[in-house]
Design a protein around this ligand. Structure first.
Ligand SMILES: NC(=O)c1ccc[n+]([C@@H]2O[C@H](COP(=O)([O-])OP(=O)(O)OC[C@H]3O[C@@H](n4cnc5c(N)ncnc54)[C@H](OP(=O)(O)O)[C@@H]3O)[C@@H](O)[C@H]2O)c1
Length: 277
């Protein structure tokens, strides 16, 4: 496991790569660069999904309290991810439960455009993100959604039996110049992007807390046998208060992802990078 040592120099360099003022060099093998470099340097589209969860895989209590699961370093990590993307996506369940700001506060850097998937047009307009003066908000709805009760930019997409196609969501954002995307939750929203094989990296930050009951961070259609589970290649980082699994989820051949690649500790990944320098 690699320790993540973030310094002002590395963070400013990542922001500069994110802004296109600089390019990622192959020789940069610091943990901060191998972890954040891929999203910061992506130009043609990149989807990062992030879950902050307890040791027992929960992201909230049964009554929906989700505020303090991640430790301070897990929270800083989440805010770094937000600062490096163009847009952050959440489902309406997260907005209704958490009333999140989705802004960057724990680190320096820009706050991303906020995107809420509200397929049936159920947002009331009273939700905090419409009134906090923060980054722009885009609401993604089905073509037949109810009349909107807010002033956000609304994108209406064709709604099928399974709801909105995540490919259409990404395409509509790409047309607005929003290509680096953080899918922040909740479980049902992340699941749809994973199931559509659209997630390049999945970050699972685990905090040493046991909740015992409550929703999980990812909820996919059931499988009968473990051989059909996703077993992505993963690199492991100690953030400090939390441990992070950086999983390479996307595969050209989905059956290969499900049949399994081994989980690799980041030290091994570092050795491979170093050997190739
Ligand atoms: N710790 C963390 O990292 C973290 C982050 C975010 C949220 N959370 C927690 O997660 C919980 C909320 O999760 P959730 O799964 O209930 O809600 P959610 O994913 O935020 O929102 C689910 C809603 O969005 C809809 N939706 C999502 N993608 C859609 C699509 N492509 N097409 C149509 N509809 C779509 C779902 O429709 P369907 O009903 O049809 O599925 C459902 O109505 C809260 O307790 C929150 O605190 C934790």
């Amino acid at each position: 496991m690699r320790n993540l040592h973030m310094t002002d120099r590395l963070w400013n360099r990542l922001l500069s790569i994110r802004n296109g003022a600089d390019a990622l060099r192959r020789t940069e093998a610091e943990a901060a660069m191998t972890l954040y470099g891929p999203v910061a340097s992506a130009r043609g589209g990149f989807v990062l999904a992030q879950v902050g969860q307890s040791l027992d895989g929960r992201v909230a209590t049964p009554s929906g309290d989700a505020r303090d699961i991640s430790g301070p370093d897990g929270l800083a990590h989440l805010h770094r991810c937000r600062a490096l993307v163009d847009a952050v996506i959440v489902g309406i369940g997260t907005v209704q439960n958490d009333n999140p700001r989705l802004s960057v506060r724990e680190v320096s850097g820009p706050s991303p455009t906020r995107v809420v998937i509200d397929c049936r047009g159920e947002l009331t307009g009273d939700e905090g993100l419409f009134h906090d003066g923060g980054a722009p908000v885009i609401v993604i709805q089905g073509h037949d959604a109810q009349k909107t009760m807010h002033s956000a930019d609304v994108v209406q997409l064709a709604r099928g039996a399974a709801g909105l196609d995540p490919n259409d969501i990404l395409e509509s954002l790409s047309q607005r110049g929003l290509k680096r995307i953080l899918v922040e939750g909740g479980a049902r929203t992340i699941a749809r992007f994973i199931d559509a094989n659209l997630v390049d990296r999945l970050h699972v930050a685990i905090a040493p807390v046991i909740i015992g009951s409550g929703p999980c961070g990812i909820s996919l259609p059931p499988i009968a046998q473990l051989c059909n589970a996703h077993r992505p290649a993963a690199e492991v980082y100690s953030l400090g208060s939390d441990v992070l699994f950086d999983c390479r989820l996307k595969s050209e051949d989905r059956s290969e992802v499900r049949k399994g690649e081994k989980i690799r500790m980041a030290d091994d990944a570092y050795a491979i990078v170093a050997a190739n320098l």
